[in-house]
Structures are given as structure tokens and as C-alpha cells.
Write a protein of this length. Structure first.
Length: 282
């Protein structure tokens, strides 16, 4: 079934309430001020040029007398049971305006699912923009991601392909990635043929591994950046988030070096991920 929000005069939440697996929700070319949770599998959302889903919660937002925390600050959440979620041409925005260096975590998009596919989307916030946790076989392609502190983070496997990743730091530091990869997830974050740049001149660092204090399963933070371009004051040094954090991680930047076995293995993984989604139509 196709649910056209403009035709049916529905909100996204109303459409999700009636949607069934394998349904497609067509969004209008407008800003939806909604906080969204997807909890059904095989849901597809298709936007237009300026389609935006926006909310402004932070980790410190109090609701029903309780702080939301990082996860529940998300403008858009894909729950673990909502596997095979696909989205096209949608901007996911956390519109909280950061005013100090030690600002709030404000997630724009979080997925806890496997087989999440996001094509020609934008993800915009400051701290903790894009949160991929637990799942495997996830893909972001032809998209735009921006933030300042640890703005791509989590424990999942995720391929980011042919995309632009922008540091929009307002203060004196910026970190692109904070992986906390579950030990059973073999790849973590893999970035291929993408552009890293800056909206401003504040020094940015590629990564600081994250070892969550409450994590039950062991983690080995994993990040591979392959055949990608860096424009601006971007350091490829790996920075410790805390001095008492361990030193084990698998962080690698590979440009050129065509005989590198690690690179060939990662490209094989990337190609398998791309092949999985090659027949998806929007």
C-alpha cells in the first residue's frame, strides 16, 4: 500500500500507525515537526527535494519528570524490530541550537535495526547527529552528514558511500566518528569514496573510539576510511575520549595502496552491501 501524506492529509506518525510491512509512505515537500519512532519492518519512506523531519530534543530535555538521555533525544528512531527500513530524499534534523562548547547531545537519526538503507538523505545536528547501534548490513549512499562532536557514532556495522561528511564545529574542537563496535560486528563504520570537509576553520579529528561504561557486550571500535578526500584542517590522528580508556581499536585510513589485503577485504564487504540494495526502487 502507498500512503500519500499530502493526499490523505496525514502526519508521519498517523501514517506509521496504520502502515503495514512493505508499505510506502510518500512525504510532502515540507517540514514535518514531529518526533518519529518506526517499530515495524519493511517500511519505506520517500521524500521530495525539501522534505524535512525536525525536532529539537536533547539528552537533557525533561519529559514526565525524567531526562530523555541520548537515545531518546533522537528526532527519528528506527527500533531494532524495524529491520529493512528504507528512506529516500529526506532531511533528518535535530534543530537544537548549540550555544556552548559543552552543549547537549542531540541526535537527528538513530537506527537500532539491521538492513537500514538511506539514499540521498541529509542528517544535521551538532553533537551526536547520526547514531547507528547494534545492527548490521546498513548503508548510507549519496548523502550528507554534518555535526561537531562524535557526530557519527555507535556499535553497528555501517557503510557510508559517495557521501559528504561535514564538521560544522562552532567552538574549539570537532570529532567525526566515535565507534563503539560490538565485537561480533566485524566491520564497524566503513566510509568509501566520500568527502570530508569543514564548515569553518576549527580543527577536526577523524575519530575518538568510544568504550561505553554500561556496555554489556565487549567492544572493539572499528572504522575504515577508504579512497576518500579530506579538505580542511582535519587530523587523521586517533584521539582518546578519556585517559582511562584502553588503546585497542581498529582504525585505518587507506587511500591508494591497491594491494593492501585489508583494503581488498573491506571493498569486498562494501560491494556485497551495495549488491544487497541494488534492486531497491524509490
Amino acid at each position: 500500500m502507498i500512503i500519500d501524506l499530502k493526499k490523505e492529509q496525514m502526519s508521519i506518525s498517523e501514517a506509521l500507525f496504520i502502515a503495514k510491512p512493505h508499505d510506502t509512505i510518500i512525504l510532502d515537500d515540507i517540514i514535518y515537526y514531529e518526533k518519529i519512532v518506526v517499530d515495524k519492518p519493511f517500511i519505506k519512506m520517500v521524500g521530495k527535494t525539501n522534505t524535512t523531519i525536525s525536532y529539537d530534543d536533547t539528552a537533557s530535555t525533561i519529559r514526565d519528570g525524567v531526562k530523555l538521555g541520548t537515545t531518546n533525544s533522537a528526532t527519528f528512531m528506527v527500533k531494532e524490530e524495524a529491520h529493512d527500513f528504507y528512506a529516500y530524499s529526506i532531511t533528518f534534523l535535530n534543530s537544537h541550537e548549540k550555544k556552548t562548547e559543552d552543549g547537549e547531545q542531540a541526535v537527528a537519526f538513530k537506527s537500532e535495526a539491521s538492513n537500514t538503507y538511506l539514499n540521498k538523505c541529509k542528517f544535521i545536528s551538532y553533537q551526536d547527529t547520526l547514531y547507528f547501534d547494534y545492527g548490521i548490513n546498513n548503508l548510507i549512499v549519496d548523502s550528507y552528514i554534518s555535526g561537531d562532536i562524535d557526530f557519527i557514532f555507535g556499535s553497528a556495522d555501517l557503510v557510508i558511500y559517495n557521501s559528504t561528511i561535514t564538521s560544522r564545529a562552532k567552538f574549539n574542537r570537532s570529532y567525526y566518528f566515535a565507534p563503539s563496535t560490538l565485537i561480533q560486528n566485524r566491520h564497524g563504520f566503513v566510509v568509501y569514496k566520500s568527502l570530508f570537509n569543514q564548515d569553518g576553520k576549527i580543527k577536526s579529528y577523524i575519530c575518538r573510539p568510544w568504550y561505553p561504561s554500561k556496555q554489556i557486550s565487549p567492544v572493539v571500535p572499528r572504522l575504515s576510511v577508504i579512497d576518500s578526500e579530506f579538505v580542511g584542517d582535519i587530523s587523521l590522528d586517533v584521539i582518546k575520549m578519556r585517559e582511562d580508556h584502553p588503546d585497542y581499536h581498529e582504525i585505518e585510513i587507506i587511500n591508494g595502496d591497491f594491494d593492501n589485503k585489508k583494503k581488498l577485504n573491506k571493498i569486498d564487504f562494501i560491494n556485497k552491501t551495495l549488491d544487497y540494495y541494488k534492486n531497491i526502487e524509490f
